[in-house]
Design a protein around this ligand. Structure first.
Ligand SMILES: C[S@@+](CC[C@H](N)C(=O)[O-])C[C@H]1O[C@@H](n2cnc3c(N)ncnc32)[C@H](O)[C@@H]1O
Length: 210
């Protein structure tokens, strides 16, 4: 069964172009005094490179050493910089409290059981300043595909959480959030926007209120 480390070892730079809304977010961040940004689950660094190039001070955090090595290589080639850490998002993040102006996390936090997702959300809250931004994207549960080869054979392990038994991400937990759950999980935040992006992921843009 693959895990993200094996996926990156096999596929290398799997994601290259930044999320479609990253330019808009960079403008919003800039006009609201954001300086320091954490990319939680940064993978091979597409957003580290984009945001560093845009002049922000960026930190990246991911559990895949291979992905982080690829991110460092990318940044070096472009003479960009980022503070990069290996670690697991369900454990304490290697950052002090209230040190980031924004945390982004693109297609990451759903890769756990709910009790671990709640630990991750607590850590996001801890490292983010009051008034800081989050931009989080998560997949939604679509209809069962018509072509059997595209069927991930999702095995439900708890309410809303499935482990695919087939496909490129087999063995990796996927929690499919409902809109209500996102409101509940991020209840310490004022939700500014919640919408579907062009890759069928639900996006949450919010500000930490207390
Ligand atoms: C779909 S990829 C997205 C990568 C990156 N955010 C991007 O948009 O290019 C999911 C990422 O989450 C990371 N990840 C999965 N489980 C993790 C965990 N428990 N702790 C930290 N990172 C994790 C993977 O290593 C992978 O880089």
């Amino acid at each position: 069964m693959p895990n993200w480390e094996e996926i990156f070892k096999e596929k290398g730079y799997l994601f290259v172009d930044p999320h479609h809304d990253m330019s808009r977010l960079a403008s919003l961040f800039r006009s609201n005094g954001v300086r320091r940004i954490l990319d939680l689950g940064c993978g091979t660094g597409r957003h580290l490179a984009f945001l560093s190039r845009a002049g922000f001070e960026v930190s990246g955090f991911d559990s895949s050493k291979t992905a982080l090595d690829l991110a460092k290589k990318w940044l070096k080639e472009e003479e960009l910089s980022a503070d990069i850490h290996l670690g697991r998002m369900e454990e304490q993040f290697p950052f002090s409290s209230d040190c980031f102006d924004a945390v982004i996390s693109i297609q990451v936090i759903h890769h756990n059981l709910m009790q671990d997702i709640l630990l991750t959300v607590n850590e996001i809250e801890r490292v983010l300043k009051i008034g800081g931004y989050i931009f989080i994207t998560v997949p939604i549960l679509g209809p069962k595909p018509e072509n059997p080869e595209d069927d991930w054979k999702l095995h439900q392990v708890e309410d809303g959480t499935f482990i695919p038994q087939s496909g490129p991400e087999s063995g990796i937990p996927h929690h499919y959030f409902t809109e209500d759950e996102l409101h509940e999980v991020f209840k310490k935040f004022k939700i500014l926007e919640m919408y579907m992006d062009d890759t069928n992921h639900r996006c949450v843009l919010a500000v930490k209120e207390f």
